[in-house]
Design a protein around this ligand. Structure first.
Ligand SMILES: *[C@@H]1O[C@H](CO)[C@@H](O)[C@H](O)[C@H]1NC(C)=O
Ligand SMILES: *[C@@H]1O[C@H](CO)[C@@H](O)[C@H](O)[C@H]1NC(C)=O
Ligand SMILES: *[C@@H]1O[C@H](CO)[C@@H](O)[C@H](O)[C@H]1NC(C)=O
Ligand SMILES: *[C@@H]1O[C@H](CO)[C@@H](O)[C@H](O)[C@H]1NC(C)=O
Ligand SMILES: *[C@@H]1O[C@H](CO)[C@@H](O)[C@H](O)[C@H]1NC(C)=O
Ligand SMILES: *[C@@H]1O[C@H](CO)[C@@H](O)[C@H](O)[C@H]1NC(C)=O
Ligand SMILES: *[C@@H]1O[C@H](CO)[C@@H](O)[C@H](O)[C@H]1NC(C)=O
Ligand SMILES: *[C@@H]1O[C@H](CO)[C@@H](O)[C@H](O)[C@H]1NC(C)=O
Ligand SMILES: *[C@@H]1O[C@H](CO)[C@@H](O)[C@H](O)[C@H]1NC(C)=O
Ligand SMILES: *[C@@H]1O[C@H](CO)[C@@H](O)[C@H](O)[C@H]1NC(C)=O
Length: 880
C-alpha cells in the first residue's frame, strides 16, 4: 500500500523543516507549503493578467524551502502560521475554485489578491471562514457574480476592497455587521440597490468609496454617524434626493465626492463645518439654489467642483476666502451677476472655470493677481468690455477661453505676448481692429472667428511650429495673402480662414504638406488661381471647402488621394471642367457641392461600384451640364434612400471635433449652415441644360428632403413615384417643359413646405389635400393648363380633384399597386369590374404626346379624400 503521496511529501517536508528550525526561527508547517504550492499550480502566470504593476511573486516559491521566506508570504513568528498573503500584481491567471487549497490557510489575517485575472470566478463563500481576516483586497482581479453573504461573518475585517471587478453585486445592508471596518471600497462594480441605514453602524470607517456603481435612493442621514470618515466617494451612481445636513457632522472629511448622481435641492450650509475638506465635488447633479457662503469657511479646500448643476444667484464672494484653492469649477450653471473681484485673492488658483453661465460685467481687475493661473475659462457668458491690461501678469496662463461673450475693443497685444499661452479662443465676440504679432511661439490653438477684425494675418502666426488649429473665419475684413510658409506647420489639423477678404492664390503646397490636416476651409474669400493639384497619398483631409472664391482651371484628379474626405465644396468659383467622375470612389464622401461653376458635358452617372453611396448632399446646380439626368447615380445614392435618425451634427471624426459648415440653398434661400445635421438629404441639379424625362427611379431616393430639378429642359410627365419621397420638404421642378397632370400622390407629401411647379406645361386640376392647399399661385403660375382655386383658372364639373388620377405612362412603375402590377393589369382589372376598388375611365390628352392617356384611379389613398370636393375635375372624369 505505502503512504498516500501527500503524507509522504509532508513527511519529507517535515524533516526539512525540522532541520531548518535549528538555524532559523521560521517554521512553515508542511501542509501550508503544500497548500501554497497547490494554489500556485492552479494558476498560470500570464503577463497580461496584471495591468497596473507586475511582480510574479509565486515564481520564487520552491518546494523544499521555507514558505515563510517566500515572496508575498508572512508567518506568525511564534506559531509559524501563514498569516499574510500578498499576491498583488502576481500575474496569476485562472479560476479560483471553492475547493482551492487557499482556504486551508485558516490563520490568514491579511489577504491581497489584487490586480490578477481570476477569469470571472465567483467569490467563494469559503472566504467567510477566514475568521481572523482583517484585510481582504480583491481589487481589479476579475471576480464576478454575487458576493456571498458569508463575507459579512468576517467580523474582524478592518479593510475590505472589492473594487474594479466590473460586475460584482451584493446586498448592501449586509455590511452592517462589519463594525470594525475602517476602509470599505466597492467602487467600479455593478452594485445596485439602496444603501441601508446599517452603514451607519460602521462607526470606525475612515474611508468609504461606493463610486461607479448603480446604487440608488437617498443617502441617509445615518451617514452622519461616521465621525472618523475622512474620505467619502459616492460619485457616479443613481443617488437622488437632498444631501442630509448631517453630513456636516463628518468634520474629519478631507474629500467628499457626490458627482454624477441625481442629487437635487440646495447644498446644506452645514457643509461649511467640514473644515478639513480639501476637495469637494458636487458636479453633474441637479443641485439648485445659491451656493451657501459657508463654503468660504473651508480653510484647507484646494478643489471645488460644482460643474453641471442648476446653481443660480451670484457667485458668493466668500469663495475668495479659500486661501489654498487651486481649482474652482463653476461652469454649466445659471450663475448671474458679476464675477466677484474677491476671486482675485486666490493666489494659488491654477484653474478657473466659469463658462456657460449668465455672468455679466467685466473681468475684475483683481484677476491680475492670479499669477499661478493656467486655465481661465470664461466662455459663453455675457461678459463685456475691453480686456484691460489686468491679465498681462498671468505669465503661467496656458488656456484662455473667452468665446461667446460681448467683449469688445481691440485684442490687447499683451495677450499675444503671454509666454505660456497654448490655447487662445476668442471667437464670437465683438473684438475690432488688427491682430497683433505674437511674441512667443508656444501657441497651439487659435480661434478668433466671428469678430470684426481687419487687416492682414500676422506673419508670426505662420511660424508657430506646434500650431494645430487656426480658425480666423468670419471677420469679413481680414486681408492679405496666405503665405506658402503655412505649409511648414506640420502639426496643423484645422485651417479655417473662411468668410474674409483674403486674396492671392491658394498655396499649391496645401495639397501635400501636412499629413495631419483634416479641415481646409478657405471658402468665401477672394482667392484666385487653381485648386491645389498635388494632393498626395496618406493625407487626413476630411473637409475641403473652397466655395465662393475665383478659382479657375480644372478639378485635380489627385483629390482621389484624399480617401478620408467627407465634404468637398468647390461651389461658386470659375472652374471649367467636365463632371469629375473620379470623386465617385471616395468612400466617405457625404457632401459634394460643385454649384455655380463652368462645368459642362454629360453626367453619365455611375462608372464605379457603389458610386457616391454615402452622399447626402449632391449639388451641381448652376453649371452647363447637359444630356439626360444622371439616372445611374439615382440607383447608387444609397444614403439618400435611407433616413438617418441620428440627430448629430456632422463633424470631423478626428479629435478636433470640428463641426462642418456649408453654404446652401435651402427651401429657396441661400443660407450658410454653421452646423449640418447628419439627417440632411439634398439633391440639386437645377439651372443646367438637362433634357429628357425625369426617370422613375428617382422615387427610390426616399430620404430626400430637398429636390431641385428646376431651370432645365426636362420633358414628360411628373413621375407619380415622386410621391414616395415622403421626407420631402422642398420640391422645385419649375421652369422645365413638363407636361401632363400633377400626380395626386404629391398630396401625400406631408412635410412639403415649398413646392414650385411654375413655368411648365402642366394641365388639369391642382390636387387638393392638406398640403396643396397651403401653396399659393406662385407655386403653379406659368402653366396655362392648370386649374384650381390657387390659380385664376377654375375647374369645371363636380368631380373632386382628389379623385383625379395620377398620370401614368408606360415608364411609370405604378408603385401604388405594388411590384410587377403594371397599368395593363389595371385595365384588365377594370374589364373584370373589380380591382382594388379601382374606378376608371380615361381621357385622351391634347398634348405633344398623343399616345398619352390617363386612367382614373380611385384607390384607398384618395378614397380618404373623397369629401374634399372643392375643385371639380376639369377633364370630366367619370365615376362608374
Ligand atoms: C476543484 O473544482 C473544480 C470545479 O469544480 C474541478 O474542476 C477541479 O478538478 C477541482 N480541483 C480539485 C483539486 O479537486
Ligand atoms: C484568531 O485569533 C485569536 C486571537 O488572536 C486566536 O486565539 C485564534 O487562534 C485565531 N484563530 C485562528 C484560526 O487563527
Ligand atoms: C449581524 O449580526 C447579528 C448578530 O451577530 C446576526 O444576528 C445577523 O444575522 C447578522 N446580519 C447579517 C446580515 O449577517
Ligand atoms: C445596525 O444598524 C441598524 C439600524 O441602524 C440596527 O437596527 C442594528 O441593530 C445595527 N446592528 C448592529 C450589529 O449594530
Ligand atoms: C448630526 O447633525 C445633526 C443635524 O445637523 C444634528 O442634529 C446631530 O446632533 C448631529 N449628530 C452628531 C452625532 O453630531
Ligand atoms: C454646523 O453648521 C451649522 C449650519 O451652518 C451651524 O449652525 C453649526 O453651528 C455648525 N456647527 C459647528 C460645530 O460648527
Ligand atoms: C464696449 O461695449 C460697451 C457695452 O456694450 C460699450 O459701453 C463700450 O463703449 C464698448 N467699447 C468699445 C471700445 O467698443
Ligand atoms: C512644441 O511641442 C514640443 C512637444 O510638446 C515641445 O517640446 C516644444 O517646446 C514646443 N515648441 C514650442 C515652441 O513651444
Ligand atoms: C469692413 O470694413 C468696411 C470699411 O472699413 C466697413 O464698412 C465694414 O463694416 C467692415 N465689415 C465688417 C463686418 O466689419
Ligand atoms: C497620389 O499621390 C501620389 C504621391 O503620394 C502621387 O504620386 C500620385 O500621382 C497621386 N495620385 C493622383 C491620381 O494624382
Amino acid at each position: 500500500m505505502g503512504f498516500p503521496p501527500i503524507s509522504s511529501l509532508s513527511f519529507i517536508l517535515f524533516l526539512f523543516h525540522f532541520h531548518s528550525t535549528i538555524s532559523s526561527s521560521h517554521f512553515c508547517a508542511p501542509h501550508q507549503s503544500l497548500s501554497l504550492l497547490q494554489f500556485k499550480d492552479s494558476f498560470s502566470i500570464n503577463s497580461s493578467a496584471s495591468v497596473r504593476c507586475q511582480h510574479p511573486k509565486t515564481e520564487s516559491w520552491k518546494e523544499g524551502t521555507d514558505c515563510c521566506l517566500w515572496d508575498g508570504v508572512t508567518c506568525d513568528m511564534k506559531t509559524g502560521h501563514v498569516t499574510g498573503l500578498d499576491l498583488a500584481c502576481s500575474m496569476l491567471y485562472g479560476t479560483l475554485h471553492s475547493n482551492s487549497t487557499l482556504f486551508s490557510l485558516h490563520h490568514l489575517q491579511k489577504l491581497d489578491l489584487s490586480d490578477n485575472h481570476f477569469n470571472f470566478s465567483h467569490i467563494s463563500s469559503r472566504f467567510g471562514h477566514f475568521s481572523n481576516l482583517t484585510l481582504l483586497n480583491l481589487n481589479f482581479s476579475v471576480f464576478a457574480g454575487q458576493v456571498p453573504s458569508e463575507i459579512t461573518h468576517l467580523s474582524k475585517l478592518v479593510s475590505l476592497d472589492l473594487s474594479d471587478n466590473d460586475d460584482l453585486s451584493l446586498e448592501p445592508s449586509s455590511l452592517g455587521n462589519l463594525t470594525q471596518l475602517t476602509s470599505l471600497d466597492l467602487s467600479h462594480n455593478d452594485f445596485s440597490g439602496q444603501i441601508s441605514s446599517s452603514l451607519g453602524n460602521l462607526t470606525h470607517l475612515t474611508s468609504l468609496d461606493l463610486s461607479h456603481n448603480n446604487f440608488s435612493g437617498q443617502i441617509l442621514s445615518s451617514l452622519g454617524n461616521l465621525p472618523h470618515l475622512t474620505s467619502l466617494d459616492l460619485s457616479h451612481n443613481n443617488f437622488s434626493g437632498q444631501i442630509p445636513s448631517s453630513l456636516g457632522n463628518l468634520t474629519q472629511l478631507t474629500s467628499l465626492d457626490l458627482s454624477g448622481n441625481y442629487f437635487s435641492g440646495q447644498i446644506p450650509s452645514s457643509l461649511g463645518n467640514l473644515t478639513q475638506l480639501t476637495s469637494l465635488d458636487l458636479s453633474f447633479n441637479n443641485f439648485s439654489g445659491q451656493i451657501p457662503s459657508s463654503l468660504g469657511n473651508l480653510p484647507h479646500l484646494t478643489s471645488l467642483y460644482l460643474i453641471g448643476n442648476n446653481f443660480s444667484g451670484q457667485i458668493p464672494s466668500s469663495l475668495g476666502n479659500l486661501p489654498h484653492l487651486t481649482s474652482l469649477y463653476l461652469s454649466g450653471n445659471n450663475f448671474s451677476g458679476q464675477i466677484p473681484s474677491s476671486l482675485g485673492n486666490l493666489p494659488h488658483l491654477t484653474s478657473l472655470y466659469l463658462s456657460y453661465n449668465k455672468l455679466m460685467g467685466q473681468v475684475p481687475d483683481s484677476f491680475g493677481s492670479l499669477v499661478n493661473l493656467s486655465y481661465l475659462i470664461l466662455s459663453n457668458n455675457q461678459l463685456v468690455g475691453p480686456i484691460h491690461s489686468q491679465l498681462n501678469t498671468l505669465s503661467n496662463l496656458r488656456d484662455l477661453f473667452l468665446y461667446g461673450n460681448l467683449f469688445n475693443g481691440t485684442i490687447p497685444s499683451f495677450l499675444f505676448a503671454l509666454p505660456s499661452l497654448q490655447y487662445l479662443d476668442l471667437h464670437n465676440n465683438n473684438f475690432i481692429g488688427n491682430v497683433s504679432e505674437l511674441q512667443h511661439d508656444s501657441l497651439r490653438f487659435l480661434d478668433l472667428s466671428n469678430n470684426h477684425l481687419r487687416g492682414p494675418i500676422p506673419s508670426s502666426i505662420f511660424k508657430l511650429e506646434n500650431l494645430t488649429t487656426l480658425i480666423l473665419a468670419s471677420n469679413s475684413n481680414l486681408t492679405g495673402e496666405i503665405p506658402s510658409s503655412i505649409c511648414k506647420l506640420t502639426y496643423l489639423q484645422v485651417l479655417d480662414l473662411s468668410n474674409n477678404s483674403l486674396s492671392g492664390s491658394v498655396p499649391q503646397c496645401l495639397g501635400n504638406f501636412s499629413s495631419m490636416l483634416s479641415v481646409l476651409h478657405l471658402g468665401m474669400n477672394n482667392l484666385q488661381g487653381t485648386i491645389p493639384s498635388t494632393f498626395s497619398k496618406d493625407n487626413s483631409l476630411e473637409y475641403l471647402n473652397l466655395n465662393g472664391n475665383e478659382l479657375e482651371g480644372k478639378i485635380s484628379s489627385s483629390i482621389i488621394n484624399c480617401t478620408m474626405l467627407q465634404v468637398i465644396d468647390l461651389g461658386n468659383n470659375k472652374i471649367e471642367d467636365t463632371f469629375p467622375y473620379f470623386l465617385e470612389t471616395l468612400p466617405h464622401l457625404q457632401i459634394l457641392v460643385l454649384k455655380s461653376n463652368k462645368l459642362q458635358g454629360f453626367v453619365k452617372g455611375s462608372t464605379a461600384y457603389k458610386s457616391f453611396s454615402k452622399l447626402r448632399i449632391f449639388d451641381i446646380s448652376h453649371n452647363n451640364f447637359s444630356g439626360p439626368l444622371p439616372t445611374g447615380y439615382f440607383n447608387s445614392l444609397e444614403a439618400m434612400m435611407t433616413s438617418d435618425q441620428n440627430m448629430i451634427y456632422m463633424s470631423a471624426t478626428n479629435y478636433t471635433g470640428y463641426v462642418y459648415s456649408i453654404e446652401m440653398t435651402w427651401k429657396g434661400v441661400e443660407i450658410e449652415f454653421t452646423k449640418i445635421r447628419s439627417t440632411i438629404r439634398v439633391l440639386d441639379l437645377s439651372n443646367n441644360n438637362f433634357t429628357g424625362e425625369i426617370p422613375k427611379v428617382i422615387g427610390k431616393l426616399k430620404a430626400l428632403q430637398q429636390l431641385n430639378l428646376s431651370h432645365n429642359s426636362l420633358t414628360g410627365h411628373i413621375q407619380s413615384s415622386l410621391g414616395n419621397l415622403t421626407n420631402l420638404e422642398s420640391l422645385d421642378l419649375s421652369s422645365n417643359l413638363l407636361t401632363g397632370r400633377i400626380p395626386t400622390q404629391l398630396g401625400g407629401l406631408t412635410f412639403l413646405a415649398i413646392l414650385n411647379l411654375s413655368h411648365n406645361q402642366l394641365e388639369g386640376p391642382i390636387p387638393s389635400g392638406q398640403q396643396f392647399n397651403t401653396f399659393d399661385a406662385s407655386s403653379f403660375e406659368g402653366n396655362m393648363g392648370l386649374c384650381g382655386s390657387q390659380v385664376p383658372k377654375k375647374c369645371f364639373g363636380d368631380e373632386a380633384p382628389s379623385l383625379q388620377p395620377s398620370s401614368f405612362d408606360e415608364g411609370d412603375d405604378l408603385s401604388l399597386f405594388g411590384e410587377g402590377f403594371g397599368w395593363k393589369a389595371v385595365t384588365m382589372g377594370y374589364g373584370c369590374g373589380f380591382v382594388f376598388g379601382v374606378v376608371t375611365g380615361y381621357v385622351v390628352f391634347r398634348t405633344k404626346k398623343p399616345s398619352w392617356f390617363l386612367r382614373m384611379v380611385e384607390n384607398k389613398w384618395n378614397l380618404k379624400n373623397r369629401k374634399t370636393k372643392k375643385n371639380a375635375g376639369r377633364y370630366g372624369a367619370r365615376r362608374n
